[in-house]
Design a protein around this ligand. Sequence first.
Ligand code: NAD
Ligand code: SER
Length: 310
Amino acid sequence: MKKILVVGSSGQIGTELVLELRNRFGTQNVVASDIRKPESLPEGPFEELDIMNAEVLSAVVSKHGINEVYLLAALLSATAEKNPEFAWKLNMEGLFNVLNLAKDKVIKKVFWPSSIAVFGPTTPRVNTPQFTVMEPSTVYGISKLAGERWCEYYAKQYGVDVRSIRYPGLISYTSLPGGGTTDYAVDIFYSAKKKEKFSCFLKEDTPLPMMYMEDAIRATIDIMEAPEEQIKIKSSYNLAGISFTPEEIYNEVRKLSPDFEIEYKPDFRQAIADSWPGSIDDSRAQEDWGWKSRYNLSDLAQIMFNNVQV
Ligand code: NAD
Ligand code: SER
């Protein structure tokens, strides 16, 4: 019997992942957990849990008979730059606490997300390959790259079944993003719906890899449900959705709200975005476990515009 724990369940991804996991595997078989309660608590078990506390984590795992953990708790790129030491501590300690439960055979399977932030200014920016130069320049990227290496190490040394995706910037309307460099691509829809001028913190011609949340949730559950022998990359898989610049998404939103205006006021997040790829080659995810993105920019803009609540 599958018993899943989602750690960081009140955030942008967790809010939607918990709902989909509960649809597929049953409400009582998916335990949500976070240091904060979600804005509206859905039906189903919830535990207040700080992932840095290994004892409390073990107690929750034992109480619910958990055998799979999806670890989402982390500080994202922009927030992490404001508190680098804490970001390193949270992003690494949380991962070790979960990997060690798998090493000790208390749990069977782990999902841990990496990010496009593992790449850096010396990485080829167009169609960034799965295996390439990786010299991240942010604390977030450094923690994700280190996390990838530890996942592979635990898989190879201890036989831990850990699966990981390098998410692009994720775009959704259910829960707000938690302090990343790609957040502008969500914020733009709130301004459009409020009929306000949008102040974009990136320059108009900055391409970044992005993805609609439904695609990301499907990829997450697909990689976890794939037969173990298909998961040949034990660090993390490149994953691609749609690549666009602020100007391209603005033009798409203007088709839905013709008077919508934008101004560009780049801040410290511009340097982060400039160090990341503009587009991603995800052919290994396609070949190994059958990944394929379903949403293009026009679909995404339409769905976001129709669903964002202001
Ligand atoms: P988020 O900031 O929206 O949510 C993270 C959640 O973790 C929050 O609800 C927060 O309260 C919780 N949390 C923080 N510290 C905790 C702790 N000590 N113990 C338990 N919970 C804690 O982030 P998200 O966008 O949902 O991202 C989830 C994961 O996916 C992160 O690892 C992130 O790096 C990765 N990721 C996200 C994106 C994206 O665009 N959203 C892209 C790439 C990778
Ligand atoms: N969306 C994330 C961020 O901007 C990418 O990992 O931090």
